[in-house]
Structures are given as C-alpha cells and as structure tokens.
Design a protein around this ligand. Structure first.
Ligand code: HEC
Length: 155
C-alpha cells in the first residue's frame, strides 16, 4: 500500500488530536475515581466513629456521635453524579473498582444511594443516645453493603 504525504499528515494530525482528547478525558476520569473514593472514605470514617461506640470499643460521646451522624447525612445528601464519569469502570480507569454494571443500572444505584440517605437521616435523629445509635446503625451499614455487593468489584 502507498501512502501519499498528505494522507500521512492527515493520520498524524488525527493521532495528535486523538491523544489530546485522550489526555483531557483521562484526567477527568482519574479525578472522578479519586473523588468518589474520597467520598467513600468520608462515609467510612464517620460510620467508623459510630460503629466503635455501638460496639462499646469507644465510650459513647453524644456530641461526637451527633457530629459523625450529621456529617454522614451531609455526605449522603451530596449529588455525586459527576464522580461516576463514563469510562471510569474497573478495567477502564486505573484504581477503579466500580463494576461496569452500575452504568447499566443507574436508577437502581440512585435508589441505593437514597436508601443510605434515609438510613443516615434516621441515624442523625437517633444519635443523641447510644441506644439510638445501636438501633440505627444496622440500616446504615446495610445500605453500604447492598451497593457494594451489586456494584463494587470484590478485592
Ligand atoms: C450507591 C452505591 C454505594 C453506596 C450507597 C456506598 N458505596 Fe462505598 N463504594 C461503592 C463503589 C461502586 C465503590 C468502588 C469505587 C471505585 O473504586 O471506583 C465503593 C468504594 C468504597 C470504599 C473504598 C474507597 C477507596 O478508597 O477505594 C469504601 C471505604 C466505601 N466504599 C465505604 C462505604 C461506606 C462506609 C458506605 C455507607 C456509609 C458506602 N461505601 C456506601 C458504592 C457505594
């Protein structure tokens, strides 16, 4: 096959344009993966504060419990839609553990986020006593696990 000079230039230009688009998309996807993982770490930290009190590993402290519950609720109320950028599934983006299935089941993923928000609301209303924390924590943890089971790649 013979390439003309113009055709070759055309190929090079397309390759450069493609790599620029890739670089921009790549940065965006990488940021999205980090943002959602950071968001999840925020959930884990605050749930951990409440979990340790519920188990009696740490003395119950009403103010600390309320702070953790309020923060959990605030986090669960954030719109994280842009953290789930297309092209950022496990296998597509470095470090990602989100199963591609999530993008095929967006209404379900949103419902699962809603379950967490409801559970976090109950926790925020109940954190004023250790019995309240203990009563509310199962639903919070359950809503985390339900989504992980469906959409997080196992370790
Ligand atoms: C709507 C679904 C959903 C809900 C609800 C959810 N998670 Fe996640 N979580 C995920 C997915 C998906 C990942 C994988 C993210 C990735 O690496 O792309 C994840 C990852 C994590 C990680 C690992 C973060 C990292 O640094 O890699 C932790 C910790 C975590 N979740 C904790 C929680 C806790 C605690 C809750 C509940 C308070 C929760 N998650 C609720 C879907 C969810």
């Amino acid at each position: 096959m013979k390439f003309t000079r113009t055709a070759l230039l055309g190929v090079a230009a397309a390759a450069i344009a493609g790599s620029v688009a890739f670089a921009a998309g790549h940065a965006n996807v990488e940021g999205a993966v980090k943002a959602r993982q950071g968001h999840m770490q925020g959930y884990a930290f605050n749930l951990g504060v409440l979990g340790k009190m519920a188990k009696g590993e740490v003395d119950y402290d009403a103010e600390a419990a309320q702070r953790a519950a309020d923060t959990l609720l605030a986090l669960a109320s954030i719109n994280t839609q842009d953290y789930w950028a297309p092209g950022s599934a496990a296998g597509e983006a470095e470090g990602s553990r989100t199963l591609a299935a999530m993008w095929d089941n967006i209404p379900d993923a949103i419902a699962k986020s809603g379950d967490l928000q409801k559970a976090a609301m109950t926790m925020a209303e109940s954190a004023g006593s250790i019995d309240g924390v203990r009563a509310a924590i199962g639903a919070v943890g359950g809503s985390c696990s339900a989504c992980h089971k469906a959409y997080r790649q196992p370790n």
